[in-house]
Design a protein around this ligand. Structure first.
Ligand code: BGC
Length: 556
């Protein structure tokens, strides 16, 4: 680590959760016993030319609420995100996911884009209220929703793209929130299990990779503690912990259901997708900073992974331990961490004060899009090695990794995204050389889409979506060309070729840029057709009627 870097303080938080001290101790031992990876070295700058293991799976991802649109079509029930986004002031510009990318109506188009990229897999999520409108299976099953996912799955398979399915990417049926308090209530465990069981029953003959939850950290902390996400509750100090507790139980239950009822017949795998930033101690010679950085990672990923992999959890140890056939890892960024006591922790306890640390960033880190997203590729290798040493080298699928740009930029020549993907996938390759068992990588995301409380103001897509146009046309950004080359070479053959890819990618995007530049005209013309044509028709009818009356009067 660079010891004399300039850093900016982002947040100072407090920590007073005694039980976590033992996690920290375990982590210190594991980190120092890692065989292959030297935690004290920082060869940040070097690039590794080489290829990924044969059969490595390359993909791209999406989630139901972020892309499907059709929020009230064909019998779908309301989700907490439908209701939350319709409340004024919750989302940037009061955007909603009502129509989003219209993915519900564009299966063929989008699978076409995946083919263009030559993807091996596509990660998407199933909307619970689209299949079960109230969330309670005995109430009603919506066959039209089943039909939509059947078509998507079949179309992917026909095109030799492996579907990887997430069962819960944040869109809880609103009815369950209203009646029971959502993830604050233990009854979610059974309702979620019934929904998952329905998915195994209807889709399990074709789906071999299941993930129970996507980023439960966000569900718990942003949904029930800070209230930035649906359902928007601010239950400081208790909300996140309760939600996480029920989510862990629900995950374990669904894994057991698959294991006992479906595994023998369907031969699939059930995992969970956990997200986490990497936390690097500001001063690696300071024990307090080292412990604070460890706490940071434990409060993100370890919170869920430790009970699931080690069963280090009260009461249900053996039921929860070992309930993961593979681990999904979502990762975007890194922070420097230092120890910082929060003076008033006892009076205002919260998830954040419990951590007792401050997050810092290096102002030299590139931050092209989202406020929180700095490009720090070396943190990715560290996080992957952490997972290897902490959880017994599990099979890993990277489920989310990517970078955004701000909406003001309608630029398809996304050089910075090329750089991000190039450097992050290269660090993943180094991690594989370190012995980390990574089997696949999912670029986040296939399309620009609804970015939760940020609405459409941040774009993560490989494909640009023109949200102003009712048809939501997609345009390839330069990163499509670059990612496609990584996929077809299964890595980075040599410096000359990789530089060539980059040059070519940036060249071709100027043509797409021209197409996009012409688009406002097209969408404007559509608007003209929608407003002017009916108005002209109505006027013509009225005028004809007046003229007819005038003629009749004259005849009389
Ligand atoms: C979420 C995605 C989201 C991304 C960027 C992830 O944690 O799972 O749905 O698009 O963050 O905000």
């Amino acid at each position: 680590m660079e010891q004399n870097q300039t850093v900016t303080v982002l947040q100072a938080q407090e920590y007073h959760a005694a039980p976590l001290v033992c996690h920290v101790f375990v982590l210190v031992l594991c980190l120092s016993s890692a065989e292959d990876f030297d935690w004290t070295k920082n060869d940040h700058g070097s690039f590794y030319y080489g290829t990924f293991p044969a059969g490595f799976s390359w993909g791209a991802g999406s989630s139901a609420y972020q892309t499907e649109g059709a929020w009230d079509k064909d019998g779908k029930g309301l989700s907490i995100w439908d209701v939350f986004s319709h409340k004024k002031g919750k989302i940037q510009q009061n955007d909603t996911g009502d129509s989003s990318c219209e993915g519900y109506h564009k299966i063929k188009d989008d699978v076409g884009l995946m083919k263009e990229l030559k993807l091996n897999h596509y990660r998407f999520s199933i909307s619970w209220p689209r299949l079960i409108p109230t969330g309670i299976k005995s109430d009603h099953i919506n066959e039209k929703g089943i039909q939509y996912y059947n078509e998507l799955i079949d179309h992917l398979l026909e095109n030799k793209i492996t579907p990887i399915v997430t069962l819960y990417h944040w869109d809880l049926p609103q009815f369950l929130q209203e009646r029971y308090g959502g993830w604050q209530n233990i009854s979610m465990v059974n309702h979620f299990n019934e929904f998952a069981n329905l998915c195994f029953e209807r889709f399990g003959n074709r789906i071999k990779y299941w993930m129970t939850f996507n980023n439960p950290w966000s569900v718990a902390v942003e949904g029930y503690e800070t209230g930035e996400h649906a359902p928007g509750l601010r239950l400081r100090g208790t909300g996140a912990y309760k939600a996480a507790h029920h989510i862990i139980k629900a995950h374990a239950k669904v894994w057991h259901t698959y294991d006992t009822q479906w595994r023998a017949k369907q031969k699939g795998l059930v995992g969970i997708s956990l997200s986490g930033h990497w936390g690097e101690p500001v001063d690696i010679s300071n024990q307090k900073d080292i412990e604070a950085a460890e706490r940071y990672v434990q409060f993100y990923l370890g919170w869920f992974a430790t009970p699931i992999f080690h069963g280090d959890y009260p009461q249900e140890k053996s039921y929860i331990k070992g309930t993961c056939d593979f681990l999904g890892v979502g990762h975007f960024t890194t922070r420097y961490i230092t120890q910082k006591n929060h003076p008033s922790a006892r009076s205002s306890s919260s998830y954040f004060t419990d951590r007792d640390l401050a997050e810092l960033v290096d102002p030299r880190w590139p931050d092209p899009g989202s406020e929180w997203l700095y490009s720090v590729p070396w943190g990715f290798r560290r996080l992957l090695n952490f997972v290897k040493s902490q959880y017994g080298n599990p099979m890993i699928y990277v489920t989310e990794n990517g970078v955004s740009e701000k909406i003001q930029c309608t630029e398809l020549c996304d050089d910075w995204r090329i750089q991000y993907f190039k450097d992050y996938t290269n660090e993943m390759l180094k991690a594989i050389k370190d012995g980390v068992n990574v089997k696949g990588y999912t670029a986040w995301s296939l399309l620009d889409k609804f970015e939760w409380d940020e609405g459409y103001s941040e774009r993560f897509g490989l494909y640009y979506v023109d949200f102003r146009n009712k048809n939501k046309p997609r345009y390839p950004k330069a990163s499509v060309q670059f990612y496609k080359r990584i996929i077809s070479s299964n890595g980075f053959p040599n410096q000359r070729e990789v530089e060539n890819w980059r040059r070519k990618a940036v060249e071709t995007c100027s043509t797409s840029n021209q197409l996009l530049a012409a688009d406002p005209l097209t969408s404007h013309m559509e608007m003209v057709t929608e407003i002017v044509v009916p108005t002209v028709c109505t006027l013509s009818i009225l005028l004809s009627a007046v003229f007819l009356m005038f003629l009749l009067r004259r005849r009389n």
